[in-house]
Design a protein around this ligand. Structure first.
Ligand code: ADP
Ligand code: MG
Length: 637
C-alpha cells in the first residue's frame, strides 16, 4: 500500500519537474508512447526497406510532424489559430543554414555577408540547430509577450502580421539571406536518427504539455476565459508559454527542413506552407496530439498522390495531362469534405489513450476521503463588503452595499431582477471592479487583485448562466480549479475527486461536461468552485432553471457543504422559500441599494422589503389581483 503510493508519487514528481506535470501523468506518458511508436516504425522502415522516394517521404513526414505539433501546442490548446508559427520555421531554417554553410559556398552565394556572421559558419548540424533555436527563442519571446495579451481573432491577425513581417524582413535582408533568391550551398541531408529523435521528442512534449497543469489551464481558458480566470488560471502567462514552446518546435522543424531541401527561399516558408501545416492540424483534429500526428500522415500521403497526378503521365492504361494546381485544390476539397462530416477532424477531440480509457478520468481513483477539502489558512477571517458601489456609464448598478460574511454562515442575497445581485458577486470577485468601496478577506483587500489571484485569496464562485469548460471532462473541469491551489505535496486529482463526491458526481468523472443534464451541470460548477478550497463560496442563482427534484438535490448538496465545510456561503436565489429555509441572514437589494439586512424573520417583517415586493405586486396587478408570480411573494416558511 505504502510502497505503491510512494512509487506513484515518485512518478508524478519526475513528470512534475519536467513540465509541471502533477497529474494525468501516467496516461500522458502512455499516450506519448502510443503515438511515438508509429513514428519509430516509420523511421525504421525508411532506413531499411523503403525505396528512396519512400525514405524521402518518411523524412518529410517526420519533419512536418514537429512543426504541426508546434502549431498544436499553441493553437490546439489555446483555441487561437496561429498563422505565424511558420515564421519560426523560416528563422530556424535561415539561422541553421548560415551556421552550416561551407566557406566556399558562402563566398559565392553571400559575398556581402557581415563578417561576424561569416565567422560563425561551418558548424556541425546539431550545433547549428541548437543555435538556431536560441535565435527563434529570442524572436518568440519578443512577439509572444504582446500576442499573449490578445485572444481570439485579434491574436490570429497578430500572428498573421508576424508571418508577413518575417517574410518581408527575410526578402529585404539580401546580404544575409540572398533576398527572394534561392539560398544554396548548405550541407544537404539530415540523418534519420536526428529527424526521428526530434519527431519523438516533439510528440512526447506536446502530449505531456496537453495534460500538464499549463495545458489543462489553457484548454480551460479556450472553453471559457472568464470561468478560467475565476478558477485561478493566468491565461496570459499560459498563452505566452505555449506560444514560445510551439515556436521552438517550429524552429527545429524549419532547421531540419532547410537541410533536407538543401536550397530554399523565403516563399518556401510563407502562406503555402502555413496552409499545408494548418491543413494537417485541422484535418486530424486540432485539439489533440493524436490528431496532429494523424492529420500530418494523411496530408503527406495525399499530397504525394496528388502531385503525381498533377504532373500528368501514364497511370497504367490511363494517360493524364498535367493539371496545374491540383494538389492545393485537392487538399482544400478534402478538408472541406472532412470538416463537413466530422467537425472535430478525423481523430476527434480525445487522445488515443483517453479513448481507450487509460486516462485518470476513467481510472478508478484511490478511495475518496470523506473529509472535506481542507480550507485555506486563516479560517476565521471574514469576507467584508464595505460600502461597495458600481456605476456603469450613467447607470448606478450598486450603491453603498455593506455587509459581512463569516465562515460557516449562509447569507442569502435577494432582490428583483436587475437589482444588482450578479454585479455584486462580480464586484466581489474582481471581474467587475467596484467603482467605490472595498472588499476584503480578513482585512486584506481583494479588489485590485488580478482576477486569477482572487480564487487563491479564498473566493470560489458559480455563474448565473452556467460557465463550464464544456468540451473537457467532468474531472478536467474540476482539476483545472484544483491545480490552481495545489501545493507541492498535494494531489489535485484526488482533491478534484473529493469535490465531485461532495456534489454526487464522482461516478461521472469521464463524461464530457456539456453532455451532463442541466442540474448536474450546475452541481459540477459548484464542485469546481469547491475544488479551490475556498473560504467563501458565492453562488449566483444555483437553482435557476432547475426542476423540483433537481432543486431538492441541490439543497442537499448545499446543506452538506454547510455541515461539512466551514465555508461562508453567499447565495443569490429567486426562490424565496428556499432562501428562507437555507439562510442565517438575508441581504435585500433593490435598484442597487441595500434596503434591508437581517434574519429571515426580520426580513419577512421588514416594511421596506414588503414595500419592494408587495408594492411591486400591487403595481403589476392593479385590477383583478391574480395570484402572485412564483417566487415573488414573501412566504411564511
Ligand atoms: P441581478 O443579478 O440582480 O438581476 P444585475 O447585477 O445583473 O442584476 O444587473 C444590475 C443592473 O446593472 C442592471 O440594470 C443591468 O442592466 C446593469 N448591468 C449589469 N452588468 C452590466 C454591464 N456590464 N454594463 C452595463 N450595465 C450592466
Ligand atoms: Mg443576476
Amino acid at each position: 500500500m505504502l510502497t505503491g503510493a510512494g512509487t506513484a508519487a515518485a512518478g508524478r514528481s519526475v513528470g512534475g519537474r519536467l513540465l509541471g506535470m502533477r497529474h494525468f501523468g501516467k496516461a500522458a506518458w502512455v499516450g506519448s508512447a502510443m503515438l511515438a511508436l508509429p513514428l519509430i516504425i516509420v523511421g525504421a522502415l525508411a532506413e531499411t526497406v523503403l525505396p528512396s522516394w519512400g525514405t524521402r517521404l518518411a523524412t518529410l513526414f517526420l519533419i512536418y510532424v514537429v512543426a504541426v505539433l508546434g502549431n498544436q501546442i499553441y493553437s490546439g490548446n489555446s483555441g487561437i489559430m496561429s498563422f505565424g508559427h511558420t515564421s519560426f520555421m523560416a528563422i530556424g531554417a535561415y539561422a541553421s543554414a548560415l551556421l552550416t554553410i561551407a566557406p566556399a559556398a558562402q563566398a559565392t552565394a553571400l559575398p556581402h555577408l557581415p563578417g561576424w556572421i561569416a565567422a560563425l559558419a561551418g558548424q556541425p548540424l546539431v550545433v547549428a540547430v541548437g543555435a538556431a533555436l536560441a535565435v527563434v527563442l529570442v524572436v518568440a519571446v519578443i512577439f509572444g509577450l504582446p500576442v499573449a495579451r490578445l485572444g481570439g481573432s485579434a491574436a490570429s491577425i497578430a500572428t498573421l502580421g508576424l508571418l508577413v513581417i518575417t517574410h518581408v524582413v527575410l526578402v529585404a535582408s539580401t546580404d544575409i539571406t540572398r533576398g527572394s533568391q534561392t539560398f544554396f550551398g548548405i550541407p544537404r541531408g539530415v540523418p534519420m536518427w536526428l529527424v526521428l529523435a526530434c519527431a519523438v521528442a516533439a510528440t512526447v512534449i506536446a502530449r505531456l504539455y496537453r495534460s500538464s497543469r499549463a495545458g489543462l489551464g489553457l484548454r480551460a481558458a479556450r472553453e471559457d476565459e472568464i470561468a478560467a480566470g475565476a478558477v485561478g488560471v493566468d491565461v496570459v502567462r499560459l498563452r505566452f508559454g505555449a506560444f514560445v514552446l510551439g515556436a521552438l518546435l517550429c524552429g527545429v522543424s524549419g532547421a531540419l527542413l532547410a537541410h533536407f531541401l538543401g536550397a530554399f527561399s523565403p516563399k518556401d516558408f510563407y502562406f503555402n506552407l502555413t496552409f499545408l501545416l494548418l491543413s494537417m492540424l485541422i484535418l486530424g483534429g486540432i485539439t489533440t496530439v493524436s490528431g496532429a500526428v494523424g492529420g500530418t500522415a494523411v496530408i503527406v500521403l495525399l499530397v504525394e498522390v496528388l502531385r503525381r497526378i498533377e504532373a500528368g503521365g501514364a497511370f497504367g492504361p490511363v494517360v493524364l495531362p498535367p493539371v496545374f494546381g491540383l494538389t492545393d485544390i485537392g487538399i482544400g476539397l478534402v478538408i472541406l469534405t472532412v470538416m463537413y462530416r466530422l467537425r472535430e477532424g478525423l481523430f476527434g477531440v480525445r487522445e488515443l489513450d483517453e479513448r481507450l480509457g487509460l486516462d485518470e478520468a476513467h481510472t478508478v481513483g484511490a478511495p475518496v476521503s470523506a473529509a472535506p477539502p481542507a480550507a485555506a489558512a486563516g479560517v476565521d477571517a471574514s469576507l467584508s463588503v464595505e460600502h461597495v458601489g458600481k456605476k456603469f456609464a450613467g447607470l448606478t448598478a450598486l450603491e453603498d452595499v455593506d455587509f459581512i460574511l463569516t465562515p460557516g454562515e449562509v447569507v442569502g442575497l435577494i432582490g428583483p431582477n436587475g437589482a444588482g445581485k450578479s454585479t455584486l458577486i462580480n464586484a466581489v470577485c474582481g471581474i467587475v471592479p467596484p467603482s467605490s468601496g472595498r472588499v476584503a478577506i480578513g482585512g486584506a483587500p481583494v479588489a485590485g487583485m488580478a482576477v486569477h489571484d482572487v480564487p487563491r485569496a479564498g473566493l470560489g464562485r458559480t455563474f448565473q448562466n452556467i460557465r463550464l469548460f464544456r468540451n473537457l471532462t467532468v474531472l478536467e473541469n474540476v482539476c483545472a480549479a484544483a491545480n490552481s491551489v495545489a501545493g507541492a505535496g498535494d494531489d489535485p486529482v484526488a482533491a478534484a475527486r473529493a469535490a465531485l463526491d461532495v456534489v454526487g458526481l464522482a461516478g461521472q468523472a469521464a463524461r464530457i461536461a456539456a453532455t451532463l443534464p442541466y442540474g448536474a451541470q450546475r452541481r459540477l460548477e459548484i464542485a469546481r468552485a469547491l475544488a479551490l478550497r475556498p473560504r467563501f463560496l458565492l453562488l449566483d442563482e444555483p437553482a435557476a432553471g432547475m426542476n423540483p427534484a433537481e432543486t431538492d438535490s441541490l439543497m442537499e448538496v448545499l446543506r452538506r457543504i454547510r455541515a461539512e465545510h466551514r465555508l461562508g456561503l453567499l447565495v443569490v436565489e429567486h426562490d424565496l422559500k428556499l432562501i428562507m429555509r437555507l439562510c442565517d441572514r438575508i441581504v435585500v437589494l433593490d435598484k442597487g441599494r441595500q434596503i434591508a439586512i437581517g434574519t429571515p424573520a426580520e426580513i419577512r417583517a421588514d416594511p421596506a422589503v414588503i414595500e419592494a415586493y408587495i408594492g411591486r405586486r400591487r403595481a403589476a396587478a392593479p385590477a383583478a389581483s391574480p395570484p402572485a408570480p412564483a417566487g415573488q411573494g414573501l412566504p411564511a416558511t
